[in-house]
Design a protein around this ligand. Structure first.
Ligand SMILES: Cc1cc2nc3c(=O)[nH]c(=O)nc-3n(C[C@H](O)[C@H](O)[C@H](O)COP(=O)(O)O)c2cc1C
Length: 172
């Protein structure tokens, strides 16, 4: 069962040369965490392995972002995006994540792989208000409509800028 962590207003920062790596099975359960992930997460390795990746989910993150992540990787594509994660003690840290599916020699899905590094503050200054708007839309519409409401905010912003999601996040 997922531990209920109370968020606290304390931010941690990855160093410029640090990379967080994790791998999951095809159901999204952690099968590997590198030392940087273990250190920043505040969990012991044994507390992470076998758990769903939402063990580090921060409540400030819009559901629409994770919906996009899973849509992409289940479709065999990669996902790039900014994610606010929670630490075991409730503190938080932002990452720029790349998530990809992993396949075996016969093309069968083996699991998923994620590599994350420190995001720039300029990128976060655009992402934070966007995610806040998405989250408010999710709270206002609630239930089943939440994801489509926040996805519409993301898509409207992309249409206004005339760019795809990947062009947007990778140019930040
Ligand atoms: C390889 C991989 C890496 C992921 N990394 C994160 C992550 O760093 N933070 C996070 O909150 N969710 C991450 N997720 C998504 C989670 O599986 C989950 O969808 C998300 O935390 C939302 O959880 P919820 O559906 O319980 O709200 C990752 C998923 C995969 C497959």
């Amino acid at each position: 069962m997922k531990l209920k962590i109370e968020p606290i207003n304390k931010e941690l920062f990855l160093a410029d040369n640090e990379i967080i790596v994790s791998k999951t099975d095809a159901q999204g359960r952690l099968t590997y965490s590198n030392e940087t992930f273990i250190a920043i997460s505040g969990f012991q390795e044994q507390e992470l392995l076998g758990q769903q990746h939402n063990i580090v989910r921060h409540p400030d993150m819009p559901r629409g972002v994770f919906n996009l992540l899973w849509e992409r990787i289940k479709d065999g594509k990669e996902f790039n995006g900014y994610i606010k994660n929670i630490r075991k003690d409730g503190a938080f840290y932002w990452v720029f994540a790349n998530v990809t599916p992993s396949y075996g020699c016969e093309g069968q899905l083996m699991g998923y792989y994620s590599v994350r590094r420190k995001p720039s503050q300029e990128a976060l200054s655009l992402i934070k208000p966007l995610y806040e708007k998405m989250r408010v839309a999710e709270q206002q519409s609630g239930g089943k409509e939440a994801i489509s409401a926040s996805t519409a905010i993301l898509n409207n912003m992309l249409t206004e800028k005339g760019v795809s999601y990947d062009e947007f996040v990778c140019a930040l």
